[in-house]
Design a protein around this ligand. Structure first.
Ligand SMILES: [Zn+2]
Length: 500
């Protein structure tokens, strides 16, 4: 099966923070999980590089917008490298092929009669690049940026979103467009029922953008350009030949539209769940299969903010705890889809739990296997067992894991229940550690009950093989280290004691 998954393209002038990392790690886990299942995965992330804000920031820095963007891209790429993110392509909205395709798309909307030019008047926040109604302001300021809004009037092109309410509701109801989690889906449906206004898709006077087809005075509004990356990527990175060919054929076929899953934070769900599918329907293109919004973070109970200085830089925590422990902590701390709290202390505490549970199990099991000279079966046999998810265990020449059950986390991952999946994995190690504590192999050795002793340790070794397999999408380096150690029987701490 083809599996095309995306994160949003991140705003280039942001510093990658723990929120960006959260979405991206979640997407990476799903991408790795699907690759492991044998799916043909395409995982897309990237940066959003157009708009008045970028032009403003570039001017402030005394640079051309393109040069400014070019210099900022490595910030994101380096952060994702540190977090071991296995994206297939890093998309940039300044890609000339993308720009051409966006214009084609907007022309299609015009041709099909879903675009109208209208005079627009309102209160505008330059940072949001959007208009606000008076009652949406807080102390006459932008509710997001707390900066002054300006009275602004211009002629813009509008996408006739209001025509798509019933069609969207039908798609959502039938499950053709899946929106998650359920609470957010209900919010979206409620909002469609109460307000679905046409939306402006162009800007006059914003030069740093894709020219609006047929009107050199206007550029295409940044979010139109940004949303379209998901679709244009499926053309740019595919081996379909464009006329004229814009890109060399890609090995492996590339992504196939529609996307299986768009992941994002809840503040941009409306764009992804409503405006984006409506635009695609207007152009008579397939809509994404699933759109899922995760919650917001507080940091130690406080709202994350630059002014409070409590923003967690993913690079810092990776340097301290390693990529895997950070990946684990983010997804283990609270359910995906809900709001939650994170802090460096919480990540440290997860690191210690990993050391005390899985790390400890590996270390003691391998040490005792060596000390008591126990013969263990190869992890290859365990691997085939997991990969084939064999139901009939009686046919297998292998010690059975606890309760004769193979632990599976497919259901959790298919439902984006990362926390539930990790909890299941942790529980295998907890039970296995308890088994060792109960049966006391060191006592069995003294009593010379070697068969019983072997059984305990073979069981633990086998459980560790299962843990390594299941952990792989979450903690790829740790899983790799575990497998090596289970094979070589050379123990080495997985999570060394932290320096103070
Ligand atoms: Zn604003």
């Amino acid at each position: 099966m083809k599996y095309y998954i995306t994160t949003p393209i991140y705003y280039i002038n942001d510093i990658p923070h723990i929120g960006h990392a959260y979405t991206t790690v979640a997407a990476d886990v799903l991408a790795r999980y699907h690759r492991k299942k044998g799916d043909e995965v395409f995982f897309l992330t990237g940066t959003d590089e157009h708009g008045a804000k970028i032009a403003e920031a570039a001017a402030k820095a005394g640079k051309e917008p393109q040069q400014f963007a070019d210099e900022l891209v490595p910030k994101f790429q380096d952060a994702w490298k540190n977090l071991n993110i296995s994206y297939d392509e890093f998309f940039r909205t300044t890609n000339p092929e993308h720009e051409k395709l966006v214009q084609q798309f907007v022309s299609t909307l015009k041709e099909k009669g879903f675009v109208e030019k209208r005079k627009y008047e309102g209160l505008y926040c330059v940072s949001c690049e959007q208009f606000y109604k008076e009652n949406e302001l807080e102390d006459d300021k932008c509710p997001v940026h707390k900066r002054e809004v300006t009275k602004h009037s211009e002629e813009n092109y509008f996408f006739l979103l209001s025509k798509f309410g019933d069609k969207l509701l039908k798609k959502i109801k039938s499950g053709e467009l899946e929106i998650g989690p359920e609470t957010r889906k209900n919010e979206v449906v409620g909002k469609i029922n109460s307000e679905l206004e046409d939306v402006s898709i162009s800007r006059a006077g914003v030069k740093w953008g894709i020219p609006f087809p047929g009107d050199p005075e206007q550029t295409i509004y940044v979010w139109v350009d940004a949303l379209l990356n998901y679709y244009t990527a499926s053309i740019i990175y595919s081996d379909k030949t464009l006329t004229p060919p814009l890109t060399p054929p890609r090995r492996g076929g590339g992504p196939e539209w529609p996307a299986n899953l768009h992941l994002m934070a809840k503040d941009i769900l409306w764009f992804h769940a409503i405006i984006w599918p409506a635009m695609l329907m207007a152009a008579e293109l397939p809509i994404p299969k699933k759109v899922f919004a995760h919650g917001f973070f507080t940091i130690n109970g406080a709202k994350m903010s630059k002014t409070l200085g409590n923003v967690i830089d993913p690079n810092d925590v990776v340097a301290k705890f390693g990529a895997d422990a950070v990946r684990y902590a983010l997804l283990r701390e609270f359910p995906f889809g809900e709001d939650g709290d994170i802090s460096v202390e919480k990540i440290a505490s997860h690191y210690n739990s990993l050391a005390n549970n899985i790390g400890n199990l590996l270390q003691r099991t391998i040490s005792m296997i060596k000390r008591y000279n126990v013969t263990v079966i190869s992890t290859e046999a365990e691997k085939s067992l997991i990969d084939n998810s064999v139901q009939d265990l009686s046919t297998l020449d292998r010690p059975r894991s606890r309760d004769d059950k193979i632990v599976k986390i497919d259901q959790e991952l298919d439902q984006l229940d990362f926390m539930g999946a990790l909890k299941k994995i942790d529980d295998i190690a907890i039970a296995s550690n308890k088994d060792i504590a109960d049966k006391q192999p060191w006592v069995l050795a003294k009593e010379n009950k070697m068969e019983e002793l072997s059984k305990v340790l073979i069981e633990a070794h086998s459980n560790l093989g299962v843990i390594a397999e299941l952990l792989e999408p979450f903690m790829p380096e740790t899983a790799e280290k575990m497998k090596k150690q289970l094979e070589s029987l050379e123990p080495e701490p997985l999570f060394p004691r932290l320096e103070e």
